[in-house]
Design a protein around this ligand. Structure first.
Ligand code: FDA
Length: 305
């Protein structure tokens, strides 16, 4: 049943008509629990509250699957404005983005030119950028562009998904760039031909990725809500005397908030991924797919209980 629900929400996440409809109606159905606000301005209070608690954030202007140059230019400008706002408001914040918003599906020239505009602004304002990883069909191109940008700019990282068979090799290949990487389980619906179908295999691969990247001496963001993976990281760090400034934990805004506080109080760096914007629909559906129990929040949102 849970697998059925998961597939259903991942199917809904890809629906363009529903995405467009959702944009017009603002944050609905309990999405406000996972999305900080419809605009950056309305999210700044939530971001400052996290910073004041001692938690750095990475903000993400929601949006994906852009298929024309005009929209890609708008999304690029949004990122540049967000970088300026981080600097002006003195937020302890990085920026995460999806390259399909910058024209990844349109052409290499377009996405590279938009990314360089963003990276120039980020370098000027001293803001760190992470390229989120999208579905498998975009993985190779995302890594190619990441490598190109990483040889031009230092303040950039990307994401590796533990559910993909290829990921351990990617972490090893990327090592020559000494990259800061965010490691995650992976949030998209992928076929067995490219991704582990069993959770236990994904978890084992996640552990291998963490160990490999940390022991290679690289900065590692362990982005998970899973206690077993968190404990594995703590033990590994203890065993190999890895300094606390070589890694951080990351969690999503609104998910396992008490655990976030606890890890911070234990002395670990805990960064919160804070999404904002009116294109919240796909992101929200993927969070429901991860934990269908959250449907209860949606129903409360719909029926106002
Ligand atoms: P898992 O899903 O196994 O959950 C472990 C436990 O955490 C659950 O048993 C439950 O207790 C709790 N939990 C998990 N999800 C919850 C929820 N929605 N609500 C309440 N409790 C929940 N993916 C991707 O493909 N590309 C990317 O770029 C990113 N980026 C990214 C950044 C950050 C900061 C995070 C935390 C995650 C991502 N992800 C991602 C998403 C990631 O791939 C994955 O889908 C989610 O993190 C869920 O997997 P967990 O590792 O949390 O474990």
């Amino acid at each position: 049943m849970e697998q059925l629900m998961r597939n259903f929400f991942l199917f809904l996440a890809k629906n363009k008509s529903l995405t467009n409809l959702a944009k017009r109606y603002g944050l609905r159905f309990g999405a406000g629990r996972f999305v900080a606000g419809a605009t950056l301005e309305s999210s700044i209070t939530a971001i400052k509250r996290l910073n004041e608690k001692g938690m750095p954030v990475t903000i993400d202007h929601l949006g994906e699957f852009v298929d024309n140059e005009r929209e890609a230019a708008e999304m690029t400008q949004h990122c540049i404005d967000a970088i300026k706002a981080i600097s002006k408001e003195k937020l302890d914040s990085q920026l995460s983005l999806k390259m399909t918003s910058m024209g990844l599906d349109i052409s290499d020239e377009l996405v590279l030119s938009n990314m360089r505009k963003i990276m120039d602004a980020a370098t000027k304002h001293n803001v760190f950028i992470t390229i989120d990883m999208e579905d498998y069909s975009r993985c190779e191109k995302t890594l190619e562009i990441f490598k190109m940008l990483k040889s031009e700019y230092d303040n950039i990282s990307t994401v590796i998904q533990a559910y993909l068979y290829r990921s351990l090799e990617d972490v090893q290949t990327l090592d020559e760039y000494h990259p800061n990487l965010r490691l995650v389980k992976g949030a998209y619906k992928e076929p067995q031909t490219v991704a582990y179908p069993e959770k236990s295999d994904v978890d084992n691969n996640f552990k291998k990725l963490i160990e490999t990247h940390l022991l290679n001496g690289n900065y590692t963001a362990i982005a998970t809500h899973d206690d077993e993976i968190i404990q594995y990281t703590k033990d590994l760090v203890e065993k190999h005397k890895i300094p606390y400034d070589q890694f951080e934990f990351q969690m999503l805004y609104g998910i396992r908030v008490e655990r976030q506080d606890q890890l911070m109080q234990e002395g670990y760096k805990m960064r919160i991924y804070v999404p904002y914007g009116n294109d919240w629909y796909g992101y929200f559906m993927r969070r429901l797919a991860e934990r269908p129990a959250n449907v209860v929040f949606v129903l409360k949102g719909v029926f106002g209980k």
